[in-house]
Design a protein around this ligand. Structure first.
Ligand code: SF4
Length: 168
């Protein structure tokens, strides 16, 4: 089993944004830090924006950042979004399925159970879990001028949300 390059780039992009908090980051900065081509990254960024994981800003000073606090971005949700594009086996590919064994296949049942277990395990992790207290990752991805991941490992918007939660 291997995640697609798009899925992997999506996770690298989200970790990059999380490490840099509310700082607007540029695609070329992500591409350089994550060893990705900007073309490949552009497709991934589009999907991340369409699915509400990041927000983009146009213009000369444009770029992107997380659209939600990093603790509210589940790894399982990201993986489901990107992996759904490429079904694990042909019979999970809806109208494109031509396998004649579908109605009697126990292999399919086993695969579906295993996939569900995989995604359930990934649901236990958020992007925040991946970057918080991870000095080595911060060292690799934090841009000049971006603040260290502070209280609760979140940027100002996330901290504001947290503070609001605590006030309730
Ligand atoms: S052999 Fe089974 S698991 Fe494989 S494509 Fe056919 S129905 Fe699906």
């Amino acid at each position: 089993m291997r995640l697609t390059t798009r899925t992997n780039l999506a996770m690298r992009t989200l970790m990059f944004c999380a490490v840099n908090g509310d700082r607007i980051v540029r695609k070329h900065e992500i591409a350089e830090a994550c060893n990705a081509s900007e073309n490949h990254l552009a497709q991934v960024v589009n999907t991340l924006a369409q699915r509400g994981f990041i927000e983009t800003q146009r213009g000369r000073s444009g770029g992107l950042r997380l659209a939600r606090p990093m603790d509210q971005i589940g790894v399982g949700e990201v993986l489901r979004t990107f992996e759904a594009v490429l079904p694990f086996v042909e019979c999970l590919d809806g109208d494109n399925n031509t396998c004649p064994l579908c109605d009697a296949c126990r292999f399919r049942d086993a695969i579906e159970a295993a996939l569900e277990a995989f995604y359930t395990a990934m649901d236990r992790h958020s992007v925040g879990d991946l970057v918080r207290d991870n000095d080595a990752l911060e060292h690799l991805l934090r841009l000049p001028g971006a603040p260290r991941i502070g209280i609760c490992g979140a940027g100002p918007r996330a901290r504001a949300t947290l503070t609001a939660d605590l006030d309730v």
